[in-house]
Design a protein around this ligand. Structure first.
Ligand code: ATP
Ligand code: SF4
Ligand code: MG
Length: 457
């Protein structure tokens, strides 16, 4: 179905490789009684036509506020600086009417809760057909046909029956797939999906991710996929941006981020992921401590109190985001060179109580400053060597570790290869929800909850 529009931005589809969204030095500050909340402190990225950029980081790192700023959805109290260009057009400073045009026709947003976007009093088919009619000059019958097609693409079983049902008759995962279908109906150039699978169980998550992938391929849209889980972006993203305390701390191609991270925080996120090559004696290694308060950030690198590699300079000066592995892989760390050539860099967050200097805080010290001196970073080589020696000794005792055929660093749930790592379950064939199951009995329905309509336009 072809699209003709000019309102809200440039008409016509962007060419492959075009920058569709250019975010530059974006900052967002909220006033509060305790002082200014520096939620976003200088985010820059380019999103190219057709690519998927994963934005990853712990809760409160500024992922959603960054995207809400792009969409013009922040409260009026927010102070925003920087630039957000959509296909060359500056979005910051547009009127609400102009932003509504952009949101409706150019950039679609998918939220964690699908009921943010669905209207509970209208049938699914009506809502989908409305989205089609809003963007295409077609008859109502053709819009319904397209609605059916879209439901099929996102994996809704028996779409001819489902099309005449209400949102409350759908499970959470199916509602999210309907929201994705509505986003497709809008023929956006950019889809921003903010934790689209967080509220769903793992099997349904895989199906929704598959639906997202289908939507992205069908529309050719570029996508920003926001999640706190590096495992979710493993099978989806081309590039990953890691955020910490309101700033990007690492950005690069997905393979570089997974196999050659250059920022200890990214290493920590990877270390807390289950991996298929993990041996039974290996524990997942959580990052100790908690993120800092963004109301009164001390000078220096905000990750210092949690970082096993920190030295004096880390306390004094916040590192800039600089090329760390070629021009397209940037990291913000004074000591990123210490992560080079260390396949076992995960060991820097070891919880081993006999850990050598350079390893993470011990049990009971979470959130506190590691107590070694300024040469702590230099201990990394030593501690890695020791841990590798330990591993080799264990392997010698118990025979060679079983070869899983999987390269280290991949999420066990998504498989070893990005291309083949997509979930393979048939949409609609979840073991937790049989396609023919009465949707009215699904436990994750919550028809009574409060909703806004139209947010995923
Ligand atoms: N309207 C607001 N007023 C004041 N502070 C806010 C507002 N919205 C967000 N914040 C603060 O901005 C920071 C970043 O929030 P944001 O929602 O972007 O985090 P996030 O990375 O999306 O986290 P999560 O993974 O939990 O969704 C948080 O500390 C949050 O409390
Ligand atoms: S080594 Fe220093 S700059 Fe790098 S992440 Fe750790 S504390 Fe920050
Ligand atoms: Mg969020």
């Amino acid at each position: 179905m072809s699209t003709e529009y000019s309102a809200g931005g440039p008409a016509g589809a962007p060419a492959p490789g075009d920058v569709v969204l250019a975010v530059r030095d974006l900052t967002v500050t909220f006033p509060s009684d305790a002082g200014p909340v520096q939620a976003v402190r200088g985010v820059s990225y380019d999103l190219h036509a057709g690519e998927v950029l994963g934005i990853v980081g712990e809760s409160g790192s500024g992922k959603s506020v960054t995207s809400m700023a792009v969409m013009g959805l922040l409260p009026k109290t927010a102070r925003i600086t920087g630039s957000v260009e959509f296909r060359g057009r500056e979005l910051l400073g547009l009127s609400e009417k102009e932003m509504t045009e952009v949101r409706g026709k150019k950039i679609a947003m998918i939220f964690q809760d699908p009921m943010t976007s669905l209207n509970p009093v209208y049938k699914i088919g009506w809502q989908l057909a409305e989205a089609v009619l809003a963007h295409h000059d077609v008859s109502k019958a053709a819009a319904r046909e397209r609605a059916l097609e879209l439901l099929e693409i996102v994996g809704i079983p028996s779409p001819d029956k489902r099309i005449d049902q209400y949102p409350h008759e759908f499970s959470g995962g199916m509602r999210q797939r309907v929201v994705i279908a509505i986003a497709m109906a809008n023929d956006p150039d950019v889809i921003i999906a903010d934790e689209p699978t967080t509220a769903l169980d793992v099997t349904v998550q895989a199906q929704v991710l598959e639906a997202l992938r289908a939507a992205q391929q069908e529309t050719g849209a570029a996508m920003v996929l926001i999640t706190h889980d590096l495992g979710v972006v493993a099978g989806q993203a081309d590039r990953v941006l890691v955020m910490y305390a309101g700033k990007p701390v690492e950005i690069g191609p997905i393979d570089g981020i997974y196999y050659q991270p250059r920022m200890p925080y990214t290493v920590g996120l990877l270390g807390s992921l289950p991996r298929l090559d993990q041996r039974t004696q290996d524990k997942l290694t959580p990052i100790p401590g908690t993120p800092p308060s963004i109301v009164s950030l001390p000078p220096g690198c905000p990750f210092t109190p949690r970082c096993p590699l920190h030295t004096e300079i880390c306390r004094e000066r916040e590192p800039a985001l600089l090329p760390a592995l070629g021009a397209d892989h940037l990291a913000a760390c004074h000591h990123s060179d210490q992560l080079v050539n260390h396949d076992r860099a995960m060991e820097i967050f070891s919880t081993d109580p006999n850990a050598a200097p350079g390893q993470g805080p011990r049990d009971g010290e979470q959130g506190t400053e590691p107590d070694a001196g300024p040469d702590r970073g230099e201990g990394l080589d030593r501690s890695l060597d020791q841990s590798i020696e330990r591993d080799l000794a264990q392997e010698a005792d118990s025979g060679p570790a079983q070869d899983s055929g999987v390269t280290p660093g991949r999420d066990a749930r998504l498989g070893p290869d990005r291309g083949s790592g997509h979930p393979t379950e048939e949409p609609g064939a979840s073991p937790t929800q049989h396609p023919d199951q009465d949707p009215g009995q699904n436990p994750d329905q919550d028809p009574g909850q409060d909703r806004q309509s139209g947010a995923a336009q």
